[in-house]
Design a binder for this molecule. Structure first.
Ligand code: GRF
Length: 220
């Protein structure tokens, strides 16, 4: 008898840029036993290369220009309407360079994931690789977390930790962190799609067990 597959989990990905994380998600969703289906990719930038990647993979794309709206709330409401036409179970932020309104975050409570290029709670915001180097950190990495109203502050799901090397520049460090991002984001999305990852009152749960504050740790 065939093993029973989890039902398909429709995902909408939001991005503003290159979309290398989107590509990792596309590649992972293509594997035979993946329950993940990327239903659409939405960008606030028409020239985002991630839109091209999606088109090449036969995924629906939409462009919603934030500059066409009077303020954050109006854009975010239009974005919610657009996302919800695809009825996703999960919304994934993959380099979406917008601060989200409280209404948006509440609307997708428990089904909104983000990836951030630092070992949160360290280095929220931008220039994370440079800040890690300036601080003399010996370890750096990336984090997947549920999104809450606090910027880069929601419960952690998984972190990948890499050593900082003596001659690292922000660029070399970014490159190695990116490789890890492409591992942990598909992993977290898959856990969610399989129904293994949920958001509880106390934090992120994997298989019903509360994860540590750092999330599931992967060291390389
Ligand atoms: C990644 O570094 C991610 O951590 C951050 O935005 C960047 C997106 O990169 N949130 P890409 O467009 O997926 O290559």
């Amino acid at each position: 008898m065939q093993e029973r597959k989890s039902p398909t989990c429709d995902v909408v990905v939001l991005l503003s840029g290159t979309g290398s994380n989107l590509q990792a998600l596309i590649d992972s969703a293509r594997t035979d036993d993946s329950p993940v289906r990327i239903a659409a990719v939405i960008s606030n930038r028409a020239d985002a290369y991630g839109l091209q990647r999606a088109q090449d993979a036969g995924i629906a794309t939409r462009f919603l220009d934030h500059k066409a709206f009077e303020g954050r709330e109006a854009f975010d409401h239009a974005l919610i309407e657009l996302i919800d036409t695809f009825a996703p179970k999960l919304v994934v932020l993959a380099g979406f360079m917008r601060i989200l309104s409280a209404d948006f975050v509440r609307h997708y409570q428990g089904r909104l994931l983000n990836i951030h290029p630092s070992l949160l709670p360290k280095y929220k915001g931008l220039h994370t690789h440079q800040r890690a180097l300036e601080a003399g950190d010996t370890e750096h990495g990336c984090s997947v977390h549920f999104v809450t109203e606090e910027l880069d502050g929601g419960p952690l799901v998984v972190q990948a930790v890499i050593p900082v090397e003596l001659h690292d520049s922000p660029q070399s460090l970014a490159q190695r962190v990116h490789v890890q991002e492409h591992q942990i984001y598909p992993l977290a999305v898959r856990w969610f799609a399989e129904g293994r990852l949920t958001l509880g009152d106390q934090g992120a749960l994997l298989d019903g067990q509360l994860l540590a504050a750092s999330g599931h740790l992967i060291r390389t």
